[in-house]
Design a binder for this molecule. Structure first.
Ligand code: NAD
Length: 482
């Protein structure tokens, strides 16, 4: 049940403590605001060093929270975080530099530029599915842009949340960065404070709650949300390659990835062949010794009993509506284990096709024409990611041009989010605003437009009141020619 922050707070006593922390950061903000690129870079280097020294502790915390394999923690939590720091260090000076803009004829004599200033004191609320990366990645952008920050990590991954708090306590002063652990009541209390920017990563439902709270103070927001990211596999696709990438994209983090392929629209003629390739690939990745996927050390677990029951419910509901389990299907509630499971004959009205799956269940939906595939996607809210498996440039172009999504990858899954030069974020229901690299820096910056005028006689003064016929004539000329 999602609480509404506009209702009376349930965690009132906490607000005072949080307000004191917020005020402490507000007092300190001018220091960070004035910090040079070198000083900001030093903070980021300290963070990067801490991460490398504590790499094993980071892996252990993820394993404790949902048996995430250490290699996957390296690949999907530590590597992208270090990559973001490196990219930021390489470009920060240039990003901070005021950007000169051209002067139009009508403003001749002036000079203008865009100046980047920090938003101020920011709140980062992060989810549990990539609990380290999704808390630290926005922090990197926030620090690069010269902000102070309070981070509220997810309560569903408590080991990583505690580790994040320790990291922040060891690397920063509380007046710069602080971690506040807790559940939605703590988030609700934090949301009562007049933050200058709120960076929220989580579900669309809670995103709405955050945006309502932000409206109270007119705080700006970045909302990194979720949704159903579709895949199209057409008849020209290399099916082995598509299966390898799709199964990896679906099963990394046990499918608990915001940009995981949610469902696959496959050209009906190639569905049997794709299914056969998927069978081979799942075996190769997660069951090479024939001991069963549950014995694999390369496969994570569902984060908790609640999400396990949700996914088991989706599976049951889909089967009741006529779906067939084509691959996988075994589950173990004691271990929160769900095998990679591919389904066919899925009813469009079943919950599996209505809700974001966020787990290792993959429905295959056959299509006849590309146009019908596009119509199927566009009948649903705008996705966070769109995936296209095709050798046909024409089909790739058609799908890119006719579907709106936060991002897209052609003949690949997920990797677009690892490219620091690409904006990462959603569209509509899947999010507002963009993150990563320069886009993250901009999300945490106020882009101040500055115009500098000469002293004395300037063109615009000729149009000051009183609006005599001569002045109006000049205004007419301005409208016509400039
Ligand atoms: P969630 O929305 O349940 O929780 C996210 C955060 O919000 C947590 O810290 C939680 O404590 C807090 N929260 C929960 N209820 C709240 C309330 N009423 N008021 C204020 N804060 C509240 O999301 P989740 O289950 O942690 O994560 C899964 C969702 O996040 C999926 O929809 C997924 O697609 C999305 N996601 C998006 C991205 C992205 O980059 N776009 C990345 C990861 C996850």
């Amino acid at each position: 049940m999602i609480s509404d922050v506009t209702s009376p707070p349930t965690a009132a006593p906490q607000v005072d403590t949080l307000r004191a922390l917020f005020e402490q950061q507000r007092q300190h903000q001018p220091v960070l605001r004035r910090a040079s690129a070198t000083e900001r870079g030093q903070r980021l280097r300290r963070l990067s060093d801490w991460i490398m020294v504590n790499r094993t502790a980071i892996q252990e915390a993820h394993y404790a929270d949902f048996r995430k394999p250490a290699a996957e923690t390296d690949l999907t939590e530590i590597w992208p975080t270090q990559g973001e720091i490196k990219h930021t260090l390489a470009h920060l000076k240039q990003w901070m530099r005021p950007r000169k803009v051209k002067t139009p004829l009508s403003l001749l004599g002036t000079t203008s530029w865009v100046q980047y200033e920090p938003r101020g004191v920011c709140l980062i609320i992060s989810p549990w599915n990539y609990p380290f990366y999704l808390a630290v990645d926005p922090l990197i952008s926030a620090l690069a842009a010269g902000n102070c920050c309070i981070i509220k990590p997810s309560e569903l991954t408590p080991h990583v949340a505690a580790l994040l708090r320790r990291m922040v306590e060891e690397v920063f002063e509380p007046s710069e960065v602080a971690v506040v652990e807790g559940d939605k009541d703590v988030a609700t209390a934090l949301l009562q404070l007049p933050f200058d920017h709120i960076f929220f990563t989580g579900s669309p439902q809670v995103g709405k709650v955050v945006m309502r709270a932000a409206a109270e103070h007119l705080s700006s927001v970045t909302l990194e949300l979720g949704g159903k990211s579709p895949v199209v596999v057409d008849e020209t696709a290399n099916l082995r390659d598509a299966a390898e990438k799709l199964i990896w994209g679906k099963c990394v983090n046990a499918g608990q990835t915001c940009v995981a392929p949610d469902y696959v629209l496959v050209q009906e003629k190639v569905q049997p062949a794709l299914l056969a390739e998927m069978r081979t690939v799942i075996h190769q990745y997660y069951n090479p010794a024939d001991a069963g996927v549950q014995e694999s050390t390369s496969y994570a677990r569902i984060v908790n009993g609640h999400h396990f029951a949700r996914l088991a419910g989706l599976l049951e509901d889909a089967q009741a509506a006529g779906a067939t389990i084509a691959l996988g299907g075994s589950i173990d509630p004691d271990q929160c284990f769900i095998e990679p499971t591919v389904l066919t004959h899925v009813a469009p009205e079943s919950r599996l096709m209505q809700e974001e799956i966020f787990g290792p269940l993959l429905p295959l939906v056959p299509y006849t024409t590309l146009q019908s595939a596009v119509e199927y996607i566009n009948a649903r809210p705008k996705p966070l990611a769109q995936y296209i498996f095709s050798r046909s440039r024409e089909n790739q172009q058609y799908l890119l041009e006719n579907v709106t999504a936060g991002g897209a990858a052609i003949n690949e899954t997920i990797l677009h989010l690892a490219h620091a030069e690409l904006p990462f974020g959603g569209a509509g229901n899947s999010g507002i605003g963009k993150a990563h690299g320069h886009f993250g820096f901009l999300a945490f910056s106020n882009e101040k437009g500055v115009l500098k005028q000469r002293l004395g006689r300037t063109g615009i003064k000729l149009m000051y009141p009183p609006y005599t016929p001569k002045v109006r004539g000049l205004i007419n000329m301005l409208l016509k020619y400039l």
